[in-house]
Design a protein around this ligand. Structure first.
Ligand code: XBP
Ligand code: MG
Length: 243
């Protein structure tokens, strides 16, 4: 039986990465860093999950002698990321980011039908709160049984930590759940946790390798629960459960 839907956030629930990119560039300007990321460069940098990890990766890429473990460098990265997160929250609060087609309808209908909903993301807690309070309303938190994010799962995707911890807290086996992702790293993380994954690519991830996805859909629009339950009933991890 399908018991739970586990959602990735950035790129899956909403096309957030353009706003993240704008926020990073605002933070670089505010902290005097001589950087400005283009959309093309950011699309490549997204292979590094986690904003702080992405900044550290880029710094090393452009200044090979920099020691990103050096306490002063670490504190500068954290400062940039704090400013970036505030800038992102402002962009989301201003209505710059909407949920992708079908996401709100699926979340609300699944909640009404008694499915347990969870989030497994590498993004920061503040970003989840900003996005979901703005799009799902002030009662958004009660829709989700479990939230695993950068603050609870420090090993970022493709590491499966966020998904493994979500399954443990849900007290469910992978075959009782479906995961929703947008990226190759997210797909790999969910698969490593034994989950069947529905992928909805976006402009930043459409060129990724989605080998291993149970379904690759343009978006979640019109994906009714009965269709989802059929998809789940035929997915390998569910069929293998009895074995
Ligand atoms: C996407 C990420 C995050 C965001 C930026 O997370 O990798 O790093 O790009 O957010 P997911 P932060 O697809 O797992 O939701 O700056 O807070 O990391
Ligand atoms: Mg994502």
């Amino acid at each position: 039986m399908l018991e739970s839907l586990i959602f990735d956030v950035d790129g899956t629930m909403a096309d957030t990465e353009a706003a993240h990119l704008e926020a990073f560039n605002q933070a670089f300007e505010a902290t005097g860093m001589p950087w400005r990321w283009t959309r093309e460069l950011y699309t490549r940098l997204l292979h590094v999950t986690g904003g702080k990890e992405r900044i550290a990766h880029y710094w090393r890429m452009t200044q090979s002698e920099v020691d990103v473990q050096n306490p002063e460098v670490v504190s500068q990265i954290c400062r940039i990321h704090r400013i970036k997160t505030v800038a992102y929250e402002r962009l989301v609060a201003a209505g710059e980011v909407q949920l992708r087609p079908g996401v709100q309808a699926l979340i609300e209908s699944a909640f009404r039908e008694g499915f347990r909903l969870a989030i497994a993301t590498t993004t920061s807690t503040a970003n989840i709160v900003a996005l979901l309070s703005r799009t799902l309303g002030p009662g958004w938190r009660s829709l989700f049984t479990v939230i695993e994010d950068a603050s609870t799962a420090p090993s970022k995707k493709p590491h499966p930590m966020a998904y493994l911890q979500a399954l443990a807290r849900l007290r469910l086996a992978p075959y009782q759940c479906l995961a929703f992702e947008d990226s190759e790293n997210g797909l790999r993380a969910a698969r490593a946790a034994g989950l069947c994954v529905i992928v909805t690519p976006n402009d930043f991830t459409k060129q990724h390798d989605f080998q291993g996805a149970w379904r690759v859909l343009p978006n979640l629009e019109g994906l009714h629960l009965d269709v989802l339950q059929d998809m789940h009933a035929n997915c390998p991890s569910f069929l293998a459960r009895a074995a």
